[in-house]
Write a protein that binds this ligand. Structure first.
Ligand SMILES: C[S@@+](CC[C@H](N)C(=O)[O-])C[C@H]1O[C@@H](n2cnc3c(N)ncnc32)[C@H](O)[C@@H]1O
Length: 209
């Protein structure tokens, strides 16, 4: 059995707590540490509008739906279809909308922008890996840059941003771009990231006007 196929602490916990993927604990840790889902842009009684890019199989969306309850409105986007089976009540309710398509494609961009503005833009989107780290980091950076473009176009002032990136030669430029747009920009690797993985997350907190 390969290292990735062995059920680890986070996978077992996800199964027990009815989440489709262990990645939920990466978001949970960042949310608890940095208050991602309570952006300065949203007043206490207001609906918190979230754009979840690369949403399938749905753990990040489900976390936000469970955490915010009726205060949430989430637009999930993925190139693959979403199976709502994990929590039909939440995924098929009024607080969730799913758009299937390539987040870098023109017509999907238009459809997403039309649903904005958002208080939180989060992207866990990742390319299928090839094993060639140069190719994989390039594809990951392309997705991360597209996510930042959504933050530019749809995120409210005071809103928060989080994006997954495979670390490589050019990824530090992205962090610099984030720092120019947000009060705080930082890199953070949650505990639930696999030790062998070269993924990390860049955060932008409190979007500047
Ligand atoms: C690591 S998974 C996301 C896991 C998700 N956050 C969760 O917690 O369930 C990465 C996702 O990015 C999606 N993805 C990759 N390229 C994409 C693209 N160009 N447009 C939209 N989604 C994409 C994949 O289909 C995959 O579902």
């Amino acid at each position: 059995m390969s290292l990735y196929k062995q059920p680890d602490y986070w996978s077992v916990k996800a199964k027990k707590e009815h989440y489709p993927a262990r990645s939920v604990y990466k978001l949970q840790e960042m949310d608890e540490k940095f208050g991602l889902s309570s952006p300065n842009a949203a007043r206490k009684s207001e609906t918190v509008k979230i754009l979840d890019l690369g949403a399938v199989p749905g753990s990040w969306s489900l976390y936000a739906l469970r955490r915010l309850g009726k205060r949430a409105f989430i637009l999930g986007v993925d190139i693959s279809p979403l199976s709502p089976d994990y929590d039909r009540g939440l995924f098929e309710g009024d607080h969730y909308c799913f758009l299937q398509g390539d987040m870098t494609a023109g017509e999907i961009k238009q459809a997403i922008v039309a649903q904005g503005p958002f208080h939180l833009v989060m992207s866990d989107a990742a390319p299928g890996t090839t094993g060639n780290s140069g190719v994989d980091t390039f594809c990951s950076l392309t997705l991360a840059e597209a996510a930042l473009e959504y933050a530019d176009r749809t995120l409210l002032r005071g809103g928060n941003f989080v994006v997954k990136v495979f670390q490589g030669r050019d990824s530090s430029g992205l962090l610099k771009d984030i720092r120019e747009r947000f009060k705080t920009g930082k890199s953070f690797k949650p505990q639930a990231c696999r030790r062998t993985s070269f993924e990390t997350y860049y955060l932008g907190l409190d979007k500047l006007g």
